[in-house]
Ligand binder design. Structure first.
Ligand SMILES: [Zn+2]
Length: 254
């Protein structure tokens, strides 16, 4: 079976030579514990799946987009005391992002979308810095965000919770342990009111927050909810990719 032309890992030079790719999509995940029942690569599987499915939908509408290989390491400075959580510092990520953007820039591909899958990754400042020196229009999507999670899930949390478990039931069902194996994902809040209510923000020390490494109870997860979520977000992201592919970068404002 020939490779899909919107998945770079599967694409030959023969295809690339004959295709005017306009948009590159960079899935970016993390390698970290996800409660007892989800694999360490959860964020990577999610990022890759959503990127490819959104690209497929955009390609079918005529947009020439390509999904780059997934970057498998995220910012995990708060999880360094959990075995095999692998941290990649923001400064390292900035160097990697810069190298990728400059590669594309020199090849005439001037639109790059980061498809982020990990809450600890924050690309905004990196994009601001790169914008000044690189001719690529870079934008970032936190893939799970474009729908109201409360409309799909009973009790969405923020890590290895009902929503991540539901989507993994669809993406890699063979890698999800039965929910009877999972912890309840109870996450302790900060004691100080300002940090608890969002007035102030600080990163959390994960092993002090949670016993099972999860944040949010996965008990109500189902594959059907995951399918609904994935369908909705890949529709939204595909529509964005189609618009971005057509956009004139010199005329981006109303
Ligand atoms: Zn995750």
């Amino acid at each position: 079976m020939p490779g899909r032309p919107f998945v770079l890992e599967e694409t030959t030079w023969k295809t690339v030579k004959g295709t005017e790719y306009q948009v590159a999509i960079l899935p970016w995940g993390a390698t970290e514990a996800h409660n007892y029942h989800l694999p360490y690569g959860t964020d990577n599987y999610e990022a890759k799946h959503v990127a490819i499915e959104a690209a497929r939908k955009a390609w079918d509408k005529g947009a020439r987009v390509t999904v780059l290989p997934t970057i498998p390491f995220g910012v995990n400075t708060g999880q360094l005391d959990i075995r095999l959580c692998i941290n990649m510092n923001p400064s390292t990520q900035a160097l990697i992002l810069g190298d990728i953007a400059r590669s594309l820039d020199g090849q005439g591909i001037h639109k790059l979308v980061i498809l982020n899958s990990h809450g600890g990754n924050d690309f905004k400042m990196m994009i601001r810095e790169l914008q000044a020196t690189c001719g690529v229009f870079i934008s970032v999507i936190n893939w799970w965000n474009s729908v109201d999670l409360k409309k799909i899930y009973d009790a969405p949390g923020d890590h290895a919770d009902e929503f991540e478990t539901s989507v993994m039931f669809e993406i890699t069902p063979d890698l999800v342990l039965p929910l009877t194996e999972a912890g309840d994902g109870h996450a302790r809040k900060f004691k100080i009111a300002g940090l608890k209510n969002g007035l102030a923000w600080a990163p959390r020390s994960w092993t002090q927050v949670t016993e099972d490494t999860g944040s949010g109870d996965p008990a109500a997860a189902t594959r059907e909810k995951g399918i609904r979520h994935l369908d909705a977000v890949t529709d939204n992201i595909a529509a964005f990719l189609v618009d971005l592919e057509k956009a004139d970068l010199g005329k981006m404002y109303e």
